[in-house]
Design a protein around this ligand. Structure first.
Ligand code: ME8
Length: 639
């Protein structure tokens, strides 16, 4: 049996976990679950990186000792992962005594072999990056990351002879084409290696920094934080003698973002080589999440908190969005409106509706008992459905192997849409009207349920909670409900005759107005100044049918704080739902003239179909209706 050992970076404990950390860790969890359904043995490591200047500085700012501070922030990371349904096997901290022991052993070994030497060095040192910069690396004399002018410091330090391994690494990367992937990052590493590789300063004098692992061969120094941190990937397995190390190391795949390509693509392979440890299998590098096209940063106040999103939309929707939206390897921009759109269209409409309409039909026509497909009643539609499921499975598998998570999800959604069409075309409600077609009805509903079983199995790595709920409602009880890819590739595994529980709504639709906090709204209206908004052609505006309407009646929508149901006259009588209950009493609206987008696709809000959208000016939680400057004939078009 092959093994799969997946690692995330160990995160610095100088800041709270955010969207970027969540993304990498969700990807690791998705891969880990995927490998499990492939039938492989897996191991998933994450943790925190706790030494170095950055942590000392952050602790000082909070008036805490480095260890107390590290305990606190490491605790936040540890607490966040289960909230996002991330099931890691081991959480490592670089302050763990077992890790410290391994770092010292490896340092000693490399020192003994002659690849670490002592030397005086004068150079430009960036305290933010905790490292020396060569002239060539600086941009206009400044640190490319922090934009600060590094301080020139002169120090005696220990150096790791990386230069000796430069040609070996170039050859290795060239001959092992999937060692660093996607290819753009392999090329980036090779480009870097075209310049002479300098030896790495791997010590910090204690006169400057005490918060680190003391060098085993010189008490006056602590270890450079990267030399310490990278070794977590082997220390966590009990290197050198641990059974886990022996079993798992051959299957190791690292996951990082592009910001730490250099330590992982250059320092780490050379460290492994110098220590006589076999190299990792793959370094998988993803891009960066921005927020609303802007770099996420504390000072801009746009750091996205995964728990806040989870609280509003649920962990599965959050995971789905991350995996569906980002093309692995490229940058992506987070935007809450896009999130809600995807949620409503992919999760609430496509998947959620399919699930509830299917189960409702089984209850209506078969008292909730899964019917038996009847041989001889199948048509071309049924074989097309089976063929489509096979194709979905194959496309999904290939995409997952390539870390193209967005494509894997697209493959599942193609199948979901295929089943939705299958239902529309076979029209079980028509079959149910005719007794002589009862057997056809059985076959159709069996096939739909079988399709849902496969969908539940395929979404499991990305949406484990939804998969589980679907499986429970398809009467598949754990642990038998664990579906491997092999199970999913066989059509007909659902047992007829099983009684299904009542259906439920997997993803209730979200009203845009309901979820955005007034703070965020205020921010958005501030940010979206006219000049910044994307321009649209005139024809796009002309497509919009804006009408004057008179409110005939208004009433609150039960169980909703924000919504009112309005009966309006816009040339013809219509019902619309508007999120204005916090600002208007229903009785004040009767007779008022409003402006409505009349040709918007009807949507259901809290179970009421809304045939238009009432325009408002909304800012900081207050909302004012857009109206006309004097009586106008209901239905008058705005131009
Ligand atoms: O670099 N978009 O820790 P770190 C996507 N301790 N991913 C992001 C991101 C963003 N905007 N921001 C952070 C360190 N990440 C070292 C690692 S490993 C031996 C030592 C994720 O807390 C991404 O995985 O700065 C990135 O590589 C990592 O967090 C950096 O985490």
């Amino acid at each position: 049996m092959s093994v799969f050992y997946i690692t995330t970076p160990i995160y610095y404990v100088n800041a709270r976990p955010h969207l970027g950390h969540a993304y990498t860790t969700v990807v690791a969890d998705v891969l880990n679950r995927f490998r499990k359904i492939c039938g492989e043995e897996t191991y998933f490591l994450t943790g925190t990186d706790e030494h170095g200047d950055k942590v000392v500085q952050a602790a000082k700012d909070e008036g805490m000792s480095p260890l107390a501070y590290a305990d606190q922030i490491s605790g936040l990371f540890k607490a966040m992962w289960p909230e996002l349904d991330i099931e890691y096997d081991y959480f490592i901290r670089t302050t763990d005594p077992a890790h410290i022991k391994v770092v010292k052993e490896v340092l000693q070994q490399i020192y003994d072999s002659g690849d670490i030497y002592f030397s005086e060095y004068e150079g430009a040192y960036c305290f933010g990056c905790e490292r020396f910069y060569s002239e060539r690396e600086l941009v206009d004399g400044r640190c490319p990351d922090h934009k600060t002018i590094p301080e020139v410091i002169r120090e005696s330090n220990y150096f790791f002879r990386m230069s000796k391994y430069q040609q070996w690494l170039i050859d290795y990367v060239n001959t092992n084409s999937d060692f660093i992937r996607p290819e753009r990052y392999k090329n980036e590493v090779l480009a870097f290696l075209r310049e002479p590789l300098e030896d790495l300063c791997i010590s910090r004098p204690k006169s400057r920094l005490q918060w680190g692992i003391t060098l085993p061969f010189d008490d006056n120094y602590v270890t450079y934080v990267w030399f310490d941190a990278l070794l977590n990937y082997v220390s966590a397995l009990g290197y050198p003698d641990g059974e886990l190390f022996e079993k798992l190391w051959p299957g190791v795949s690292h996951l990082v973002a592009k910001d730490i390509l250099k330590p992982h693509g250059i320092y780490w392979p050379i460290m492994l080589r110098a220590a006589g440890i076999p190299l990792y299998q793959h370094l998988n590098v993803h891009g960066y999440w921005n927020v609303d096209e802007t770099k996420m940063s504390k000072s801009l106040g746009n750091v996205v908190d995964p728990l806040e999103l989870k609280g509003v939309y649920g962990a599965d929707a959050f995971r789905y969005f991350l995996m569906r939206e980002m093309v692995f390897g490229l940058d992506s921009s987070f935007n809450e409106e896009a999130f809600i759109q995807r949620y409503n269209s992919d999760l609430a409409n496509d998947l959620g509706n399919l699930f509830s309409r299917s189960l409702t039909m089984v209850h209506k026509y078969f008292k909730g008992v899964v019917p038996q497909a009847v041989p001889g009643t199948e048509s071309g539609l049924d074989s097309a459905l089976v063929a489509n499921s096979e194709k979905a499975l194959q496309d999904y598998h290939e995409a997952m192997e390539e870390y193209a998570f967005h494509k894997a999800l697209m493959a599942i959604w193609e199948f979901i849409n295929h089943i939705n069409k299958y239902i529309d075309v076979t029209a079980p409600w028509e079959l149910a009207k005719r007794k002589e077609l009862h057997e056809e009805l059985q076959t159709v509903l069996y096939n739909i349920i079988e399709g849902l079983r496969i969908i539940a199995g395929l979404i499991y790595p990305v949406m484990p909670r939804t998969a589980r709920i679907m499986q429970e409602h398809l009467a598949m009880s754990s642990p038998e409900s664990f579906q491997t890819l092999a199970d999913l590739s066989v059509w007909g595994k659902t047992a007829p005759g099983t009684q299904l529980p009542k259906t439920l709504t997997l993803f209730p639709r979200i009203e845009q107005t309901k979820v955005q906090s007034s703070d965020r709204e205020a921010n958005m209206s501030k940010q979206a100044s006219i000049s910044e908004k994307a321009e649209i052609p005139l024809e796009a505006f002309q497509k919009m049918d804006l009408r004057v309407a008179t409110v005939l009646d208004a009433e609150p929508v039960p169980r909703s704080k924000k919504l009112l149901k309005l009966k309006i006259d816009m040339g013809k009588n219509q019902t619309v739902v508007a999120g204005i209950a916090e600002n208007y009493d229903p009785e004040d609206l009767i007779g008022k003239q409003v402006v409505v987008v009349a040709n918007i696709k009807p949507t259901k809000l809290m179970g009421i179909l809304s045939h238009g959208m009432v325009l408002t000016a909304t800012n900081k939680g207050t909302c004012r209706l857009v109206t006309v400057d004097g009586p106008a004939e209901p239905g008058t078009r705005l131009t």
